[in-house]
Design a protein around this ligand. Structure first.
Ligand code: ADP
Ligand code: ZN
Length: 749
């Protein structure tokens, strides 16, 4: 027998290896193996089996990893699709489908010694008093880890061994599963009676999952409908997900729930674990995300592979979880850009979910309060079915959103714009008086975002990147948020011919907001949450727990606090600078602003008291701001889609972004021009293709690499993908220049 193996070397090629007698029966499609390649041992995946090979003198597989094939044929097929569509070698795609700890078998199951009570012999042995005490503990527990027993009994291994000698207990190693949520208290919950909108949505999803499985295997049958659930924040989408999952479990199938990494809070996970912790549909709920230790990830993944965890909740890469058979995929907050992986394979987990659902006959539900233009457009084209939940599930109304015109505030003050407008200050004061909580949002960390000299115009910039340095006051350093470069803060303008001592900080970051709050409201308990305050593993949980327990009055934060959090006592949300996302050079700037404002506003008034939101803006009449103020997604969609159509941006075209990087700007530019000529030559006559560039990228220099871009737009991506793969294989690049191809990019930086 011969195994065809894809190696982790991105060679776009498969190699044949002999299966030695010792491994016969253990190697199948999807098995991970180690094989000799040149002078090295390399990891790979078996992608096919054959009776013989066209090559003579095959080398043999040296190791088989794991007892079960790790990449199921279905996931393997999905990896091939990713390779074709996202223009990357299949080896690269395969790397993403398994967590590292499983892929490299760096981790195994953790075994610990357990002590088991044996049935006592007819003639009970004589015990010392010490042994007697220990035996009582074991008898009560029946079985427990040795370490635990030593701790409980305040005893030594010696005493326990004596009990073993007397035939009362057995000491044996046992797999001890790591449970990342072992410390959480899970209280079982029951399904809630649904309101009319929820029932209607659930009924449609259930009807779809009830269709006979016609589509077992790629290519055949009628695909399952894929749904878009458009429900305002707190409309009860999660409850619908939970009940839909219960239904597919009844059918003996499993479910994958994707949640953006930052919304994957212990709170979210607990809701799913609690519902399925008991009762007839009890199952393990596995969790996959980047904050787990690699050992935890190993155990969680294998619980799924063994079929013990039928529900998986996780971030982006959980879309590859080996749930089989799969009945339902939920992509919550489907518009989130974090579903896109920003390194190869540059896949979008939402889009992979739709493809996987089609191939495996699973129903896909995309949920959002602010659907992406692409997904909503798909409902208009009849590609997705639209489910709407326009009201909050409880009696609560959506919060009142007030837009504050910061130009007026600035005029009133006759100075630089204030951080807090008068109305926002008043609102905060009120909340403090009433003992209610406030969240303040600014998507920029640090104290000041730039350091300038007013005399000569000098701006402190990063030596490696085309951005200015941010002043961090606690650290007393200037820092680059792209490459991490740090330097000390100059006391005068560093330009040799200037030396002006009056250099000025400008632009506000979260650190400054926190600082200003302390001055304005000295009694308020303020906590900041951004990547600077999250240094240790549990900081995230600690800050949120303190806030939930009312130990904090005001929580200031970046996008980390924008999503998924549910604090009933928050009645005020302030958005310090709403225009920030409008200024990014990206056709999605308006859409992002609308989404962010809506998400952040959704944090207010989730309890019994109505919420209020203040949006501070210098362009208060921008449509993204005005539609967000009125909670009017449709209004926003209608005007935005018109703009997209006129300019032929997605969803009316598919985009591929080519970026060339290198240390020598001339060479980067030259190579980019060469690629443009190649494209013009090879794709001549393709009428609906638009090629723009090359031009310097919006972030023209990063980590000392110059960056040039070409943007391609066409109606169909499949043909463009295959042409771009040809480009990658066919065009030789200078050694120090790299080309990345980003299909369906979410960011144009
Ligand atoms: P979403 O996922 O849309 O943000 P959630 O599912 O978190 O909304 O629901 C918001 C709140 O409403 C939660 O506290 C939830 O328990 C409650 N809720 C949801 N559905 C119902 C219902 N049918 N009856 C009563 N309360 C509900
Ligand atoms: Zn830098």
């Amino acid at each position: 027998m011969v195994a065809r193996v894809t190696l982790e070397l991105a060679l776009r090629k498969e190699f044949d290896y002999a299966i030695p007698a010792e491994f016969v029966g253990r190697v199948e499609v999807g098995t991970r193996v180690k094989v000799p390649f040149g002078h090295r041992q390399v990891l790979g995946v078996v992608t096919a089996l054959a009776d013989d090979s066209a090559h003579a003198n095959l080398k043999a597989i040296t190791r088989v990893i794991g007892t079960q094939s790790l990449v199921t044929p279905k996931v393997l097929a999905l990896a091939r699709w990713i390779s074709d569509y996202y223009c990357c070698p299949v080896e690269t795609a395969l790397k993403s489908v398994l967590p590292d700890s499983v892929r490299k078998e760096e981790e195994g199951w953790r075994e610990r010694l357990h002590v088991h009570a044996l049935p006592p012999p007819a003639e009970f042995p004589k015990l010392t008093q010490r042994q007697e005490t220990i035996w009582r503990i074991i008898e009560e527990w029946r079985e427990l880890p040795l370490q635990e027993l030593l701790r409980l009994g305040e005893t030594t291994g010696e005493t326990v061994r004596k009990l073993e000698d007397k035939g009362l207990v057995r000491i044996a190693p046992k797999v001890d599963e790591r449970d990342p949520y072992a410390k959480e208290q899970i209280v079982a919950t029951q399904p809630l009676p649904l309101n009319a909108r929820q029932s209607e949505a659930l009924a449609k999803i259930i009807a779809a999952t009830d269709r006979p499985a016609q589509n077992d295997g790629p290519g055949g049958g009628v695909p399952a409908p894929a749904f878009l659930l458009h429900g305002v924040t707190s409309s009860g989408k999660t409850e619908v997900y939970l009940q839909a999952i219960a239904h597919v479990l009844e059918q003996g199938r499993g479910a994958i729930v994707l949640v953006p990494e930052i919304a994957l809070t212990p709170q979210t996970v607990e809701r799913f674990k609690a519902r399925f912790s008991s009762g007839p549909q009890q199952t393990l709920v596995a969790v996959l995300h980047s904050h787990l230790s690699s050992g935890e990830r190993h155990d969680e993944w294998h619980k799924i592979r063994q079929g013990r965890a039928k529900i998986v909740i996780g971030a982006r890469s959980a879309i590859f979880a080996p749930v089989d058979p799969l009945g339902l995929i939920i992509v919550d907050e489907e518009h989130e850009h974090s579903y896109k992986q920003e390194e190869a394979p540059r896949y979008h987990a939402r889009d992979v979910a739709v493809v996987r659902g089609q191939r495996e006959g699973a129903v896909v539900v995309l949920g959002s309060a602010t659907p992406s233009l692409e997904s909503y457009h798909n409902t208009k084209r009849g590609k997705y079915m639209l489910l709407e939940m326009p009201d909050r599930a409880t009696e609560m109304k959506l919060p009142v959103v007030r837009v504050v015109d910061m130009r007026q505030e600035q005029l009133r003050r006759k100075g630089p714009p204030p951080i807090f407008s008068e109305p926002l200050k008043e609102a905060i004061t009120q909340r403090l008086e009433r003992g209610e909580q406030t969240m303040l949002f600014l998507n920029r960390r640090g104290y000041s975002t730039s350091l300038q000299c007013e005399k000569c115009g000098f701006v402190a910039g990063c030596p490696n990147c085309s951005v200015s340095l941010t002043f961090h006051r606690a650290a007393q350093r200037l820092m680059c948020h792209i490459c991490g470069h740090e330097e000390r803060v100059p006391t005068k303008c560093p330009q040799p011919q200037c030396g002006n001592p009056a250099i000025r900080f400008s632009g506000v970051g979260t650190e400054r907001v926190e600082d200003t709050l302390a001055k304005l409201f000295p009694k308020a308990r303020v906590q900041r949450m951004d990547s600077d305050t999250l240094k240790r593993k549990d900081d995230f949980r600690r800050i949120l727990t303190d806030f939930r327990m009312g130990k904090t009055d005001i929580l200031v934060g970046t996008q980390m606090i924008a999503k998924g959090l549910h604090f009933p006592n928050v009645t005020l949300v302030g958005i310090i600078y709403a225009d920030m996302a409008l200024h990014i050079p990206d056709f999605r700037a308006g859409e992002r602003t609308f989404q962010l404002l809506t998400q952040v506003s959704g944090r207010a008034g989730r309890g019994d008291i109505e919420g209020e939101v203040f949006v501070q803006s210098f362009t208060p009449f921008h449509p993204a701001i005005q539609y967000a103020r009125r909670h009017d997604f449709l209004g926003f969609y209608d005007q935005e889609i018109e703009f997209r159509e006129q300019l032929r941006y997605p969803p009316f075209a598919r985009v591929a972004l080519l970026t060339l990087k290198g240390r020598n700007e001339e060479k980067v530019k030259f190579t980019a021009d060469h690629i443009r000529r190649w494209l013009d030559g090879h794709l001549a006559g393709w009428t609906d293709l638009v090629i723009a560039g090359p031009a310097p990228a919006p972030l023209a220099r990063a980590e000392s690499f110059f960056r040039y871009q070409l943007m391609l737009r066409a109606r169909q991506m499949s043909r463009l993908s295959s042409e771009l793969t040809k480009l990658q294989i066919g065009v030789a690049l200078p050694e120090d220049i790299t080309l990345t191809v980003d299909v369906d990019p979410v960011s144009l930086a």
